[in-house]
Design a protein around this ligand. Structure first.
Ligand SMILES: [Zn+2]
Length: 64
């Protein structure tokens, strides 16, 4: 029993340590690759890729 509990606690801990917890909503931030199209100076589009940390605070904006 004790071993099982230890394992569960360890798994839980490692899961939490992997992500950054948002101080506002308490959700673990999930890194996603966000691609947005940006109009360049020469009237053409290029794609801007960036890694975004998503939590409950900004998930609506990201997934909209
Ligand atoms: Zn948040």
């Amino acid at each position: 029993m004790a071993k099982k509990t230890d394992f569960a606690e360890k798994a839980k801990k490692s899961l939490q340590e992997r992500g950054v917890k948002c101080p506002k909503c308490g959700t673990i931030k999930v890194p996603i690759l966000s691609v947005t199209s940006v109009r360049s100076a020469h009237n053409s589009y290029r794609f801007n890729r960036q890694h975004v940390q998503v939590c409950k605070c900004n998930e609506k904006e990201i997934y909209a």
